[in-house]
Design a protein around this ligand. Structure first.
Ligand code: GLC
Length: 547
């Protein structure tokens, strides 16, 4: 990294906590999390030690895709509260020293967005339709979709309107894609950006940032895949895809960056499933995004050589463009890592685990999950934490079909159960209704019985609990300024079953199998037992030692 990189830029080293508003905490007792619930519990995040929170969408939405189908980008859905509630959360967060990032969904809106409704009403050839991708169908009477693209949630990406034209939706049919070749769309979103920046947010997480531009003519894809990388195979560096990662997105990004630069200290992060990392790094070149989610890291296994490799590659590729690497293990679209890491192989991203799938080894998953986090939080760069992982919360893997809400489940007739299992309301209090998610016991997705033992009140102040482990990791990370440090591998501690790296005077040792003798030094934090260790690190454990 060159010396003119400003390490004081908060987003270079921040630990960012993802709040999934539907499931964090429910203030009004209707079974759906809300802003009131968030505000009442912000102190717990201060206590945890995070630098920022990222809110999954709370804008007005018919909730066909849990809020990622927005019908008004400048208001709060009544399910979650009002703009005044948001202002109140924002100011409280700021008073606690926590920054706030909001989710922006520019690839598509909801079928209930007034501009889409106007487009449907206006008919073929109208300027209103130019805001979206409307096309005539193929076949003698236009009865076939215009091309062979596959929706991420299953089935074709095209739905027909009554006059016979089809509209494009990379996700659910309730989520029409905007036409970003139309300057009016750009102008519309510039306004949305400024609306939230003027309100005082610290930045944005930009949803499916790699889908905005489509190849002219919308040609067929070579491989029909519902994956967000465009392929079910290892991503290939030099294959262009007609709707993922088109070059034109970079102009859009630069435009947003210019807007953000008019304000102090704000940042934006891309959700772009662009792999390999050498390609993803182009998204965070100077003048583009500040950060991109490191999905190569998220998709890695709990395996010494694989981790070594992905860390090297991340630091190298992001370093080349003077961007920090990000690190992430869980979010609202993937199987929680405490469950995922107990398997050798899991269903592909977005498909989820249901009762018919071999059930996880919960204890093994928790052990590896904690270790994976302790390994991650020692790395230089910015880290993301998904709500509930600080409790060691597992995936809900036995959710019955009748409760499922993910559009993937419906579009594939239950073949892919989808992402509900990682979105279940959080347990706060083992003995309260809905484990303290609210006071009425209602919950939009039922919580499994095993959530009881993970409740926050069962862990707070208990040495060795996952919650205390996260707090300690974050506190030490801050004390030693690890987010801004530099990684150096300790080669003598790196082999098939161990890894050791140094960062700002802290040695992080991870053990993947058997036992390993720890180098001497003050033990700062460990995943092992009750945060103490007698010189020997067991399998699936991590220790941080002061050098
Ligand atoms: C992103 C979101 C996901 C959503 C999809 C469509 O991948 O993270 O939850 O379903 O975009 O907006």
């Amino acid at each position: 990294m060159s010396s003119d990189v400003n390490k004081n830029e908060w987003w270079r080293s921040a630990v960012i906590y993802q709040i999934y508003p539907r499931s964090f905490a429910d203030g009004n007792g209707d079974g759906m999390g809300d802003l009131q619930g968030v505000e009442a519990n912000l102190e717990s995040l201060k206590e945890l030690g995070v630098d920022a929170v990222w809110f999954s969408p709370f804008m007005t939405s018919p909730q066909k895709d849990a809020g990622y189908d927005v019908s008004n980008y400048k208001d709060i859905d009544p399910l979650f509260g009002t703009l005044a509630d948001f202002d109140s959360v924002l100011s409280k967060a700021h008073s606690l020293g926590i920054r706030v990032i909001v989710d922006l969904v520019p690839n598509h809106c909801s079928e209930e967005h007034p501009l889409f409704q106007a487009a449907v009403a206006a008919g073929p050839g109208s300027p209103e339709r130019e805001m979206f991708h409307f096309r005539d169908g193929k076949g003698e009477n236009g009865e076939l979709p215009p091309n062979n693209w596959q929706s991420v949630f299953g089935g074709p990406t095209w739905t027909q309107v009554p006059d016979g034209q089809w509209y494009l939706h990379i996700f659910d049919s309730s989520q029409p894609d905007w036409n970003w070749e139309n300057p009016l769309v750009k102008e519309f979103f510039d306004g949305v950006f400024r609306f939230w920046l003027d309100r005082g947010v610290d930045g944005f997480r930009v949803d499916v940032a790699h889908a905005l531009i489509k190849e002219p003519g919308l040609p067929d894809v070579a491989e029909t895949s519902s994956s967000m990388t465009g392929s079910d195979e290892e991503p290939n560096d030099d294959q262009a895809h007609p709707h993922w990662g088109q070059e034109g997105v970079h102009d859009i990004i630069r435009g947003w960056r210019r807007i953000i630069e008019e304000y102090d200290d704000r940042a934006m992060a891309a959700e772009a499933w662009i792999l390999p990392l050498s390609k993803m790094a182009k998204w965070v070149r100077p003048g583009e995004y500040h950060q991109a989610f490191n999905f190569a890291y998220l998709e890695g296994k709990w395996d010494a050589s694989a981790l070594h490799k992905v860390v090297d590659e991340s630091l190298e590729e992001f370093g080349k463009v003077e961007a920090p690497s990000t690190w992430v293990l869980s979010n609202h679209d993937v199987i929680r890592h405490t469950t995922r890491l107990s398997y050798d192989q899991v269903p592909k991203q977005g498909d989820g685990i249901g009762p018919d799938y071999p059930q996880p080894d919960e204890a093994l998953g928790l052990r590896r999950g904690r270790a994976a986090t302790a390994f991650m939080l020692g790395l230089p760069g910015s880290s993301y934490i998904y709500q509930g992982e600080e409790l060691g919360l597992p995936e809900h893997t036995t959710l019955e079909a009748k409760f499922r809400q993910d559009p993937t489940f419906f579009r594939t007739k239950g073949e892919r159960v989808g992402r509900d299992g990682c979105r279940v309301p959080l347990p706060w209090d083992a003995d309260a209704p809905a484990f303290g998610f609210n006071s009425t016991g209602k919950a939009w997705l039922p919580q499994p019985e095993n959530f009881r033992s993970y409740a926050r009140n069962q862990q707070r102040g208990i040495p060795g609990s996952t919650l205390e482990l996260y707090k300690r990791l974050l506190a030490v990370r801050k004390d030693f300024n690890l987010g801004n440090g530099e990684l150096k591998w300790h080669e003598d501690l790196c082999d098939d079953s161990t890894l050791g790296y140094e960062n700002n005077g802290v040695l992080v040792v991870a053990n993947f199998a058997g036992q390993v003798a720890l180098p001497s030094g003050e033990l700062l934090v460990t995943t092992q037992h009750d945060l103490s260790v007698e010189g020997v690190l067991e399998a699936d454990q991590v220790a941080w030692i002061k050098l």
